[in-house]
Ligand binder design. Structure first.
Ligand code: NCD
Ligand code: ZN
Length: 350
């Protein structure tokens, strides 16, 4: 049997939803088995707004960790119009919080408490620029007159670029970019602009979501775009360009909340992400760039060292079978199905 083995530094996930309670316990092992760190999204109900909220949430994550897993959750605060700059500064300086998340109000799952009036957060952004705390941006406008497929491009022009001009020292991550415009804008920035790319946006386009019947498990926000955008994302992710790094946006929802009249946005991909990525990078002839994307560019942007341990990605002729879903006490959560057979598996360094 032929075997290809690729050893890379242990990857990190720079955009992850772990939820809370039973769901947290059910989904955390899929990440903590293979990843060293992850940026934990704060869109709980109610959201993680204060340093006290972040501390409590971090402790619940640590308590849910399976024995033997070596994983560090990097906590974020959810930016609201009433966020207290002093609390935030203290949380950053103590190392409790790694970044702040900006959701335009109404943009996505649990974003009702997000920002409506960007002038109201100017003081907080000023402080973040001063202390070097990154702003993670869900880059979609929410105005009803903007088509859902155009929301990212319009956000870049009307919200993101003005913010970056007003606060040139602010470190910004464009989260889960889905368009050529997003790629180009990220490329145009300097050292203080980065962009995460999800695994699923490298694999599916909007036809996969909508042609031949609607596929609720491919529905996420930002929604998958047309093929030329997927190709632009693939080119960016596999380029080795340090501005682009992995943020899976693995976002578990119970099947019953996705398979209904008004299904939730979010794709659960934590469990098979590294296998899918190895497949994609191999297809692009860029296996030598996978480590940069998944393990090196992210920590460099955040000013952290890469993980000190490795994982092996191993390809053989034998199919790697992942379960179609993972169980939770309230019901199953379907795993992202990339639509191709997987031959890459992850082996942890012993
Ligand atoms: C995320 C979720 O479910 O929390 N959903 C998604 O489609 N990505 C929210 C988000 O990151 O937009
Ligand atoms: Zn997300």
């Amino acid at each position: 049997m032929t075997e290809t083995r690729l050893t890379i530094r242990r990857p990190d996930d720079w955009h992850l939803h772990l939820r809370d309670g039973d769901m947290l316990k059910s989904v955390l092992p899929s990440t903590s088995a293979n990843f060293g760190r992850a940026i934990i999204m704060p869109n709980l109900v109610p959201p993680v707004v204060t340093s006290q909220d972040a501390e409590g949430y971090r402790d619940r994550i640590l308590a849910a960790m399976p024995e033997g897993h070596d994983f560090t959750p990097l906590m974020t605060l959810y930016l609201t119009e009433t966020t207290d700059a002093d609390d935030l500064e203290q949380a950053a300086k103590s190392g409790l919080v790694t970044a702040v998340k900006l959701y335009p109000a109404g943009a996505t799952t649990n974003s009702q408490s997000g920002v409506r009036d960007f002038d109201k957060v100017a003081g907080v952004l000023e402080r973040m620029a001063e202390i070097g705390l990154p702003l993670l941006v869900h880059g979609e406008v929410t105005t009803p007159d903007v088509d859902i497929f155009d929301r990212e491009a319009v956000f870049i022009e009307t919200v993101l670029d003005p913010i970056r001009r007003k606060f040139p020292k602010l470190k910004v991550v464009m989260e889960h970019i889905t368009t050529e415009e997003g790629v180009n804008y990220a490329r145009s920035g300097g050292d203080n602009l980065g962009a995460t790319i999800t695994t699923h946006h490298l694999i599916i386009n909007r036809n996969d979501l909508l042609v031949g019947g609607i596929k609720p498990h491919f529905y996420c926000l930002p929604v998958a775009k047309r093929e030329k955008h997927r190709l632009a994302l693939r080119a960016a992710a596999t380029s080795g360009d340090a501005r682009f790094f992995l943020g899976t946006d693995s976002a578990p929802h119970l099947d019953q909340n996705k398979l209904c009249e008004c299904g939730c946005a979010g794709i659960f991909s934590a469990l098979n992400t590294m296998s899918c990525l190895a497949h994609v990078f191999e297809e692009e002839g860029a296996l030598d760039k996978l480590e940069a994307f998944a393990s090196l560019n992210g920590p460099a942007f955040y000013g952290m060292a890469p993980n000190t341990t490795n994982v092996d990605l191993v390809k053989t002729d034998e199919k790697v079978v992942y379960p179609p879903n993972i169980p939770t006490p309230e019901g199953p959560v379907t795993l992202f199905n990339p639509g191709f057979d997987i031959f890459w598996k992850v082996e942890n360094e012993k």
